[in-house]
Design a protein around this ligand. Structure first.
Ligand code: SAH
Length: 396
């Protein structure tokens, strides 16, 4: 598959929105530290956006106008806001629509229908998002943290450690950027909309609970509160932070929970998903069944098939007995290679046998496609490697 490399500076004109440097966050911030991302309307419920607008001496309904531009038309550019008085556009966009993410690099494959974007945040942290267009849907895979603290040895993001949590608006802005690409007709297949969001990019979403939950709300509330994506089309994927799973269940949302299990036994899972030393397989699955019972939503059990590590027939049987009769399905992910790791995907015969044994237990199974592999955009490959020169895709 040929790699298509798009220079973003050519594709996207420089943001007309003035540089955020002069945008002191208007809400009180603790002094010292690294500072937090500038406040953005996507961080706030609509009532608070109205209060900010009123504080600028503007009529509060301008908060809805701004919100429609951002969530409905995917723009933060004052010159595209012809319903706002000229003199009000700059002050309003500076205070409520600071540019949070600057595209650093974009990679495409699958004929342009898979796009990975590397973003630079206000403090230089790098995160990635991936847009995947299928015949029947468009999925945005978003990052919830810069880096990740969970240290799973087969995941590229886990190797570098955690840089910081993303803010709600930094998460939402990744989806809005994808929506804009689709609305502009930049993705082959005609104009379209983002239908699905998966929190399967960089980071552990439940370790950044408050920002992720607010992002889910923003993504799923109707315009102008949010983007109007269906809750059922949002998937939050976790290594298995048990208290946070219980907390998410109590929110009574209809989002899909994905649990990255990768092994049915504690001995192996302790090494593949180190947080298993804190919360064991049985506790994680109990929390998952609690989530299914409260929400009525089928839980997705993620299982990366790693050759000769976790793909044994007996482990398929053990997994099958753990899941039989539960509101769950298994998503098998052929391991995507990551730099410096000797692990690789299972042999086709082992994968087929794994599927067969799970099915024999009556457990629904799908094998995930490996979209984005050529651009290191597939599961576990997001490492924000800005050092790779834009002009040298060879050797991947
Ligand atoms: N931290 C969250 C979400 C990010 S990862 C989580 O762990 O669930 C999204 C999925 O990709 C997880 O199931 C993760 O285990 C899986 N994954 C990570 N590295 C992978 C790799 N190299 N190949 C295949 N899947 C991988």
């Amino acid at each position: 598959m040929p790699l298509v490399l798009a220079s973003l500076s050519a594709a996207n004109p420089a943001p007309a929105n003035p540089a955020p440097a002069n945008l002191a966050p208007a809400s009180p911030r603790p002094a010292g530290g690294r500072g937090r991302p500038p406040r953005h309307l996507a961080d706030l419920p609509l009532a608070e956006r109205r209060a900010v607008v009123a504080g600028l001496g503007q009529p509060p309904f301008r908060a809805s106008q701004l919100s429609r531009h951002f969530f409905g038309r995917y723009t933060d550019r004052p010159e595209e806001m012809s319903d706002l008085p000229l003199a009000a556009r700059d002050p309003l966009t500076q205070v409520l629509l600071p540019r949070l993410l600057t595209p650093e690099r974009e990679l495409a494959c699958d004929g342009g229908t898979t796009r990975k974007t590397l973003w630079r945040t206000f403090d230089g942290a790098l995160v990635e998002s991936v847009l995947m267009r299928y015949p029947d849907r468009v999925t945005m895979c978003v990052s919830s943290q810069a880096g990740c603290g969970m240290a799973c040895p087969f995941c590229a993001t886990g190797q570098a450690g955690l840089t910081r949590n993303l803010s709600t608006a930094e998460i939402v802005a990744q989806v809005v950027a994808g929506a804009r690409m689709l609305a502009d007709g930049q993705i082959p297949g005609g104009t379209g909309r983002v239908s699905n969001v998966v929190f399967m990019g960089m980071g552990e979403p439940l370790a950044n609970y408050a920002s992720v939950l607010a992002a889910v709300r923003r993504l799923t509330e109707p315009v102008p509160e949010g983007m109007g994506i269906s809750q059922r089309s949002v998937t939050v994927s976790t290594v298995g932070l048990v208290p946070a799973i219980a907390r998410l269940a109590a929110e009574r949302l209809s989002v899909t929970l994905a649990v990255s299990l990768h092994a049915p036994d504690d001995e192996l899972r302790d090494t593949l998903v180190p947080v298993n030393r804190r919360w064991k397989v049985a506790e994680v699955l109990d929390a998952a069944w609690g989530y299914a019972a409260t929400t009525g939503r089928r839980v997705s059990i993620e299982y990366a098939l790693i050759r000769d590590i976790n793909d044994h027939a007996w482990r398929a049987d053990e997994l099958g007995s753990l899941l039989a009769g539960r509101l769950a399905h298994v998503n098998l992910i052929p391991l995507n290679p990551t730099p410096g790791s000797k692990w690789t995907a299972s042999r086709p015969a082992a994968q087929r046998e794994f599927v067969r044994r799970l099915e024999a237990h009556g457990v629904p199974v799908t094998v995930r496609d490996t979209r984005g592999r050529e651009i290191d955009g597939a599961c576990g490959q997001l490492a924000a490697s800005a050092s790779v020169p834009v002009s040298s895709p060879a050797g991947r």
